[in-house]
Design a protein around this ligand. Structure first.
Ligand SMILES: Cc1ncc(C[n+]2csc(CCOP(=O)(O)OP(=O)(O)O)c2C)c(N)n1
Ligand SMILES: [Mg+2]
Length: 336
């Protein structure tokens, strides 16, 4: 029998099946989006594939009934755990009026949903970090029990916002967790052309906070360190920087061809460590992900993906004049 690592973390078999199902849902939605893109039905895809273990392991360690998150564009696993539905995600991919993120105004991956405390993000990378630090400052000033959680790519950790935000969080000991999803590339630029230090987490010392690097292909490893960081933050002991290393299994986006700049060996290495496959193996070895459960879970997930696709494809677009909403002040008699 394989070693049960999740019980040591206080997680039940139900918990790990839930983690796996959210990872699988993210993967299946993402795969469907690529098909829709190649069929000419949706304009753009920016993938979570390869990073699902990082995303769901981390999100599971937070409180999705009260914490605030500032995710980045690949974080399908994070937002699903925080309550965004496959339908919501498909409405965004099809840019339909009912898209809760932006009513179809922003590109997919620009998550934002007030009812689930998902902060709206914008396109310049890392702008979400000072926003999350601001939320953590509010928690401290108002003596509230929530924490904030922000993610970004390793390439984005070179933006000024990263350093300014983390320094402020460190100085004021704010309850903010920063997770860098290091997939080793910033579009076509490999890690050693992006960052001078061995690990992104090495930078934490300069901001007076703990910094750790973990295997981002293992949801349990990520859960463990994010849980420790969340517990510390809730005890008033301040922020943490976590780097989870994984592999980008797709091109940067649907407008990129990674075969132009990645070797066949590099791509094969990522595929061998595909977190959906490796976590399924862990669960099978412990007899938790049985054949019956696998069949039932896959049917449930695919039904939801199919329903979400059909619903979003048939949903109406926003009216052209809605483009003016929230841009100009509306007067009592209507738009001035
Ligand atoms: C300030 C800014 N500069 C450049 C871009 C264009 N851009 C979008 S994603 C990206 C790469 C980011 O790489 P990384 O942070 O490693 O995240 P990944 O896409 O690998 O997850 C770049 C350069 C941008 N959106 N914002
Ligand atoms: Mg990257």
């Amino acid at each position: 029998m394989a070693t049960n690592r999740h019980e040591e973390l206080g997680l039940t078999n139900d918990d790990v099946l839930k983690i796996f199902e959210t990872m699988l849902m993210a993967r299946k939605i993402d795969e469907r989006m690529w098909l829709l893109n190649r069929a000419g039905k949706i304009p753009f895809v920016i993938s979570c594939q390869g990073q699902e273990a990082t995303q769901v392991g981390a999100a599971y360690a937070l409180d999705n009934t009260k914490d605030y998150i500032a995710p980045y564009y690949r974080d399908m696993g994070v937002v699903l755990h925080f309550g965004m539905t496959p339908r919501d995600l498909m409405l965004s991919a099809f840019a339909k009026a009912e898209d809760p993120n932006s009513g179809g105004r922003q590109m997919p991956g620009h998550f934002g949903q007030k009812k689930n405390r998902i902060l709206t993000g914008s396109s310049p990378v890392t702008t979400q970090l000072p926003h999350a630090v601001g939320v953590a400052l509010a928690a401290k000033i108002e003596k509230k029990d929530f924490i904030s959680f922000v993610t970004l790519g390793e390439g984005s950790s070179n933006q000024g916002d990263f350093h300014e935000g983390l320094n402020f969080a460190g100085v004021h000991k704010l309850p903010c967790i920063t997770l860098v999803e290091n997939n080793k590339y910033a579009i076509s630029v490999p890690y050693d052309r992006q960052v001078a230090s061995k690990n992104v987490s090495d930078r934490a010392i300069a901001y007076g906070m703990p910094g750790v690097t973990v295997d981002g292909t293992d949801p349990l490893e990520v859960y463990k360190v994010v849980k420790e960081a969340a517990d510390r933050a809730r005890r008033g002991e301040g922020p943490s920087l976590i780097e989870a290393v994984s592999h980008r299994l797709t091109a940067h986006s649907s407008d990129d061809d990674q075969r132009q700049y990645r070797t066949a060996e590099d791509l094969a290495e990522g595929k061998a460590l595909d977190p959906i496959l490796t976590f399924a193996t862990y669960l099978r070895d412990l007899d938790i992900y049985t054949e019956d459960i696998e069949k039932e879970m896959n049917e449930r997930v695919m039904k939801e993906v199919n329903d979400a696709t059909d619903y979003a494809e048939n949903a109406p677009y926003a009216a052209p004049e809605d483009a003016l909403k929230y841009v100009y002040a509306e007067t009592e008699g209507g738009n001035a």
